[in-house]
Design a protein around this ligand. Structure first.
Ligand SMILES: [Zn+2]
Length: 224
């Protein structure tokens, strides 16, 4: 404001100010250094596609007994419904997660030992999974079984064909493409954000359980 020409200014003063203005550097566009955005690594191949089931006998029942609570068998609408995000980790959520962890620690007699479990399998349509992080351990430590709230993929890599089963589809096996290396992020039960990287069977389990949260089962039609 101070350098503007003002009414009543003498012609000489006005001339001087114009010359000074011409001599001064022209305004330039500010250059702001932008840090590159760190994007998640893209999957090397599209996310898995299911193939036809190996066996196709529909179960005659729709619920099975677990040690503490029941878990659902397909067909059941909750299993094919996309689960809601957890917006608050309250006592109800923590209790559900503990029940899911207990289920993994003390599973009912099953043909295949479960290494992951998703909340909709307990009839709760919320985004929580419980997982064994070290399923090959001979003796499991408490820290090897954890629950992850609102898990999301960071990346899926090295897609290959595997055979997979699901507690909710007993007695059946499916050939399916899964990433061999997977990174996911989510929250622990105390709200701490965490990322988890899984290889092989753990990567497969993460993908299987996250599919459950999206209402996708191994026999879901048109998947991929
Ligand atoms: Zn399953």
């Amino acid at each position: 404001m101070a350098d503007e020409e003002k009414p009543g200014m003498s012609a000489t003063e006005r001339f001087k100010r114009r010359k000074a203005a011409e001599a001064s550097p022209k305004p330039t566009v500010a250059i702001v250094k932008v840090e590159p955005m760190i994007l998640p690594e893209p999957p090397e191949e599209p996310i898995a596609k299911h193939t036809e089931p190996v066996a196709v006998s529909e179960p005659k029942f729709d619920i099975a007994s677990g040690p503490k609570r029941t878990y659902l068998l397909a067909p059941n609408k909750i299993l094919t419904t996309k689960c809601k995000e957890v917006d608050k980790i309250d006592d109800k959520i923590i209790s559900l997660a503990h029940d899911m962890e207990d289920f993994l620690k003390n599973p009912p007699p099953l043909e295949v030992k479960p290494i992951g479990f998703a909340a909709p399998q307990m009839g709760m349509s919320v985004r929580i999974i419980s997982c064994m992080l070290n399923p090959m351990a001979i003796e499991l430590a408490d820290k090897d079984i954890i629950s992850i709230v609102n898990p999301r993929f960071v990346y899926i890599k090295k897609v290959h064909l595997v055979t997979e089963t699901c507690l909710s589809l007993p007695g059946r096996e499916y050939k399916i493409k899964r990433g061999k290396i997977v990174k996911i992020k989510g929250m622990l039960l105390d709200g701490t954000p965490r990322t988890f990287k899984g290889h092989d069977i753990v990567a497969q389990m993460f993908q299987h359980e996250l599919d459950h949260l999206d209402g996708i089962l191994l026999n879901s039609p048109g998947r991929g």
